[in-house]
Design a protein around this ligand. Structure first.
Ligand SMILES: *Cc1c(COP(=O)(O)O)cnc(C)c1O
Length: 370
């Protein structure tokens, strides 16, 4: 087995680039003796909300919990339908299943990998309550069209912004474009903590209050629960760490875009291989840099032999996952999604990647791509 010389991402290199600031932030929390929510998390909530252009931020235990709490706060449950793309990380569907609602899957746009808006409109039924657009890989979904359709049909818009922190749609940050936005601070995300974490952002003060209750056992006044809530809170260490990282995010995303531009220059035009698309009026933040080609598994193997890590996001479309079996979708139901799951391949991209590394990966792909 060859050792991997070029990883998909390198969290140690990022830590080393900001080590003194991170260590000081961790020490500050240890010295404070305050480990759950508190000032660090409240400050992060304000800083994230301001960065995204939203009024309120509510720190929670993970991006998955953010989705579940958003659905609960909007009172979506049994008997309700929620439209989601068939091609996304499982958590988008899992959250809908957890609240007892039915995920109604919709195929994706073949260029952006985000929900196909016409098919979304066609999937609306009298019991549809919400839609969850996912800004997959860091590319914004078509939010103007989605919001317009949602408004016309009285649907709530919950953005799954887990992969797109810092992305922009028509000059505005994704995550702050719908009724509520869900963020993940999973370590590999563009803004990642050193453990699990997530946040919700919204402009609606009543929704923000309800989300704050839901994350702490459904109470406002301690020990007097008013609704059935959860224990889903962001911890102070993550808050402090993320506060160090947030001011670096734009530079990190700029660097991701630079690396993506190099890949694009070197790889676009190779026969049989599609490089990522960036729609006009959007700022893609390349959480992942994803190629599409029919010989995906061959390329994956050849790159592995050359010491270059790759990933498949995602090898199984949602409708073919076991927890979705009861939804009764058949293979063939979502052809664009199914093709993407067979043909997409993520190659290394992370802000600390050097120009020499990106050139080497591109050169290797050109040599081995069939
Ligand atoms: C990572 C991710 C989530 C879940 O976030 P966690 O913090 O890992 O729970 C949800 N949706 C998408 C699209 C993701 O990529």
């Amino acid at each position: 087995m060859p050792t991997t010389k070029t990883p998909l991402l390198n969290l140690v290199a990022q830590y080393q680039s900001i080590q003194p600031e991170i260590n000081a932030a961790i020490q500050r929390v240890l010295d404070s003796g305050h480990f759950i929510l508190g000032d660090e998390v409240a400050s992060l909530e304000n800083e994230v909300a301001e960065y995204l252009g939203a009024a309120h931020g509510i720190g929670v235990a993970s991006g998955t919990d953010a989705l579940i709490l958003a659905l609960r706060a909007l009172e979506i449950g049994p008997g309700d339908e929620v439209i989601i793309p068939a091609y996304t990380f499982f958590a988008t569907a899992g959250a809908v299943l957890h609240v007892g609602a039915r995920p109604v899957l919709v195929d994706i746009d073949p260029h952006t990998y985000c929900i196909d808006v016409e098919k979304m409109q066609a999937a609306i039924s009298p019991v549809t309550k919400a839609v969850i657009p996912v800004h997959l890989y860091g590319h914004p979904a078509e939010m103007d069209a989605i919001n317009a359709i949602a408004e016309e049909h009285g649907l709530k818009v919950i953005e799954d912004n887990a992969q797109a922190f810092g992305a922009e749609y028509k000059g505005r940050k994704t995550g702050a474009l719908g009724d509520v936005g869900c963020l993940s601070f999973f370590p590999s995300k563009n803004l990642g903590g050193y453990g699990d974490g997530g946040m919700l952002v919204t402009d609606d003060p009543a929704l923000a209050d309800k989300l704050r209750m839901l994350r702490t056992h459904g109470w406002q006044r301690k020990y007097f629960p008013e609704i059935l809530g959860y224990n889903s809170r962001l911890d102070a260490l993550q808050g402090a760490i993320l506060r160090v990282k947030l001011p670096h995010l734009d530079a990190w995303n700029d660097r991701r875009r630079e690396l993506a531009a190099t890949y694009h220059e070197r790889l676009s035009g190779l026969a049989g291989l599609t490089t990522p698309y960036e729609a006009p009026d959007t700022r893609h933040v390349y959480h992942l840099y994803v190629l599409q080609l029919s010989q995906r598994d061959q390329l994956k193997g050849a790159l592995k032999a050359a010491g270059i890590a790759t990933g498949v996001y995602y090898p199984q479309p949602l409708h073919l996952t076991r927890p979705c079996h009861d939804l009764d979708y058949q293979e063939g139901a979502f052809p664009i999604t199914e093709k993407a799951s067979r043909e997409t391949l993520a190659i290394p991209i992370y802000p600390e990647m050097t120009s020499a590394q990106v050139e080497m990966v591109a050169k290797t792909i050109k040599e081995v791509a069939v």
